[in-house]
Design a protein around this ligand. Structure first.
Ligand code: ZN
Length: 163
């Protein structure tokens, strides 16, 4: 096993799908409910845990937090914190989990995983990846539920004017 011949290009941001799609309201994997100064948060279609979100850094391409300046770092994680607090309130989570992986697409993003009161693996990490082929094999939440939660999240979060 290796990282692949395209890995140096992906790390450098060449043909990065997140750079390409981060300004869309629907990136295929989920719907955007927050666009801050530093990141965009999407509610995911894949049924992992209720409220499963991904917060994408939406500045220039970086793959590691240490590539950010101090103001970018605090700004990004400040917005991750804001979104997480809102998710915890809406979904009544017992614990919030954060995963910074980027092993498939090395563009900085945080998987935010509210662990519910009736979680399947309390006091343990989630099994990851959640589906054998998460690109199309994972169970999806109903689109009507996705839309309802996105509306609730948008109502509770500041919505800056479009750039
Ligand atoms: Zn990128």
């Amino acid at each position: 096993m290796s990282w692949g011949r395209d890995w140096p290009d992906l790390k450098a941001g060449r043909r990065c799908p997140i750079c390409r799609d981060v300004d869309r309201d629907d990136n295929g994997y989920g719907l955007r409910y927050f666009r801050g100064k530093w990141m965009s948060a999407f509610l995911q279609r894949e049924k992992v845990v209720p409220g499963y979100s991904v917060a994408y850094w939406h500045g220039r391409h970086v793959s590691e937090p240490w590539e950010l300046r101090d103001d970018e770092l605090s700004g990004y994680f400040g917005e991750v914190n804001l979104v997480s607090r809102t998710l915890a309130g809406l979904f009544g989570s017992a614990k919030m989990n954060y995963q910074i992986l980027g092993n498939v697409v090395p563009h900085l993003h945080v998987h935010i995983l509210p662990r519910g009161q009736s979680d399947t693996r309390p006091r343990a990490p989630l099994v990851w990846p959640p589906a054998a082929d998460s690109s199309d094999g994972g169970e999806r939440i109903r689109e009507i539920d996705l839309m309802r939660h996105v509306t609730e999240l948008r109502d509770q979060l500041p919505q800056p004017p479009p750039r």
